[in-house]
Design a protein around this ligand. Structure first.
Ligand code: HEM
Ligand code: SF4
Length: 575
């Protein structure tokens, strides 16, 4: 895991001192709120519905046990005993007091964390695959590139005032687990003997994003050598900075520029800018060097794996047989099936800890007791590290297969082993109207009602992979556009309504969902879900996942079922 050097540490320490002074000036009235606002947002401090909310970056989703303990400490001492993991590998604290925020930042700085660039029109936290470095289908470990680009983008003076916020995602595996095409820039790493002598190169996608105008990113350039990523990305960002619309906040994202120009013309402009930049900097003196690579990459070498033999699923289960009662056997088997993923190294596995136990406060919330317990589990079973997934769960990436049963038992005490990963109730939800001042409707009660209605694990396992994503407004923080089933909170004449989209997907076959028709009342949503799911169950062919049935049949049968007994009160057309 990357360790700060004195430059990183000085930067975050200085930021704490500066912010302490800024908060003091705000509190004694020498700074007005309008003056203070940009300063606090540069430190990820929002003012939400009830209180201040602090967003802390977890670069590329990697955390140490020590860092997680600090997050637990902050949750206890400065918040209400929990934190909310988001879809962008951040954690949010919802109830912080302004006067205490410098102390929180100081605690974070002690463990090499901060909240810089988690808000504002700058390059935000760079996200990546939660299974980076361990995934069985990985071509390249993306973390050194993530870290090099994190350092390049942090406080980059040229990109501090972009037309809008700017999000990067980086993937290096066969399967895309980063929602790459929904980012302003998606970087797909590859190491292919037939390209550039097998050197690390990147395909660059640009202009993806959700929100009001959801668009999947377009391939802008292939096979960019890793060394020139800073100059290529500088050129790309300059084109956006120059031509991105600043007159209309809804049209300011790069996706609108790429769409307006067309991907080919956008790529041509970037190429022109890049050529100039190369000349001006004498062949790119701001590019990455081998020495830089080595400085960073040494932090991502493999941990001290043991030489182990691979255990088959049958061996894992028979190992557990004698130690478990009948109910536990079913639960453990299901957990192996859904929450345990293959690893690159023989005898190891990756474990997803579910932060979606049915019926709790909010998907992605972890209490301080859970965070401390997970930190202990990481120390005991996974080389003291863990990862945050964009689906709002946590991962222990390096668990010996033979320890899975012990880990399951320990994690069970903290309600972290619900075997629902990838199933309907592993849903993504933004904080919605319970916290967010931009919300049109609540999302957490909807999430809870759906989880309660679909509480039968047998049935959920029979349904298989289905993603259900909920956002409380069109900003789409809950990724509803790429949920197989999406729920969007809308406001109609001051009332909360919910619009359903179907057919969204993430991964290699990413697609944006389609609105099925007019919106529903909140209390209709669980019944609407039942109708949609029943249609799937009736129509699916053997082993066909929900998304494939939908793609085969189209929206009509799902739509008819959803409106047959519901939507009688629906007002007006879909928005
Ligand atoms: C509570 C404070 C929050 C505020 C004020 C906020 C604000 C916004 C806004 C204004 C957008 C729209 C951006 C655009 O299209 O121009 C947005 C998008 C987004 N936010 Fe949030 N958000 C908040 C919380 C969250 C949370 C909790 C998550 C994760 C659960 C999140 C993740 C995202 C994501 C993934 C997008 C979609 C970006 C895209 O693809 O265009 N945000 N947010
Ligand atoms: S989608 Fe809307 S309601 Fe939900 S967190 Fe984002 S801005 Fe708030």
């Amino acid at each position: 895991m990357y360790k700060y050097d004195h430059i990183d540490q000085t930067l975050v320490d200085q930021r704490v001192t500066q912010f302490r002074d800024q908060v003091e000036r705000r509190l004694n009235g020498t700074l007005a709120e309008e003056e203070f606002r940009p300063l606090r947002l540069q430190n990820g401090l929002y003012h939400q519905r009830h209180a201040y909310m602090l967003r802390v970056a977890i670069p590329y989703g990697l955390l140490s046990a020590k860092q997680l303990r600090t997050l637990a400490f902050i949750a206890d001492k400065y918040d209400r005993g929990y934190g909310h993991f988001t879809t962008r590998q951040n954690i949010q604290f919802n109830w912080v007091e302004l006067e205490q925020t410098p102390d929180i930042l100081a605690e974070l700085a002690k463990v090499e964390m901060h909240a810089i660039q988690t808000s504002g029109n700058c390059i935000r936290n760079i996200t990546s695959d939660a299974f980076a470095g361990v995934a069985a289908d990985e071509y390249v470990d993306p973390r050194p590139i993530c870290e090099l680009l994190r350092q390049w983008s942090t406080l980059h003076p040229e990109f501090a005032h972009l037309p809008r916020k700017f999000k990067f995602a980086i993937n290096g595996a066969k399967e895309d687990r980063t929602v790459l095409l929904c980012h302003d820039v998606g970087i797909e790493l590859q190491k292919n003997p037939s390209i550039n002598h097998g050197e690390l190169t990147a395909n660059i996608y640009a202009g993806g994003g959700m929100g009001r105008t959801p668009i999947l990113g377009s391939l802008i350039k292939q096979n960019v050598p890793w060394q020139v990523l800073p100059s290529y990305l500088t050129a790309l960002l300059r084109v956006y900075n120059r031509f991105g619309r600043r007159d209309n906040i809804y049209k300011a994202r790069i996706k609108i520029l790429v769409k307006a120009l067309g991907p080919e013309e956008f790529a041509r402009q970037v190429e022109g800018e890049w050529a100039q930049l190369h000349n001006a900097t004498k062949q790119g003196k701001d590019n990455f060097t081998q020495a830089e690579w080595e400085r960073v990459a040494k932090h991502f070498t493999k941990p001290n794996y043991k030489i182990l033999s691979v255990l088959s699923d049958e061996q894992l289960q028979s190992h557990a047989q004698s130690k478990l009662d009948a109910n536990e056997k079913i639960a453990f088997t299901r957990w192996l099936e859904r929450n345990v993923k293959p690893h690159q190294v023989p005898g190891y596995a990756c474990v997803i800890l579910s932060l979606k136990p049915h019926g709790t406060a909010a998907p992605g919330d972890a209490t301080s007791a859970q965070m401390n317990a997970i930190a202990d589990l990481a120390d005991q079973y996974s080389f003291g590290e863990l990862r945050v997934t964009h689906e709002q769960n946590l991962v222990l990436a390096d668990v010996e297969q033979a320890e899975l049963l012990n880990l399951w038992r320990a994690a069970k005490n903290y309600n972290l082993v619900l075997p629902n990963i990838g199933l309907l109730t592993d849903l993504i939800a933004c904080p919605g109207g319970d916290f967010c001042s931009l919300a049109n409707a609540k999302s957490l009660p909807i999430a809870k009602a759906i989880q309660e209605r679909f509480d039968d694990l047998d049935y959920l396992h029979d349904l298989g992979d289905i993603s259900l994503n909920i956002s409380g407004c069109i900003n789409s923080c809950g990724h509803h556009h790429v949920g197989n089933i999406g729920v969007l909170g809308v406001d109609k004449d001051g009332e909360e309504w919910y619009q359903i989209t179907l057919g969204g997907d993430q991964g290699n076959d990413a697609s944006i969902g389609k609105v099925i028709g007019p919106s529903f009342y909140a209390n209709e949503i669980p019944d609407v879900m039942i109708s949609i799911i029943n249609t799937y169950v009736e129509q699916r062919s053997t082993d066909e996942p929900f998304i494939e049935t939908y793609r085969r049949l189209g929206v009509i049968p799902f739509k008819e079922a959803a409106y047959k007994n519901n939507g009688k009160h629906s007002k007006g057309a879909a928005v």
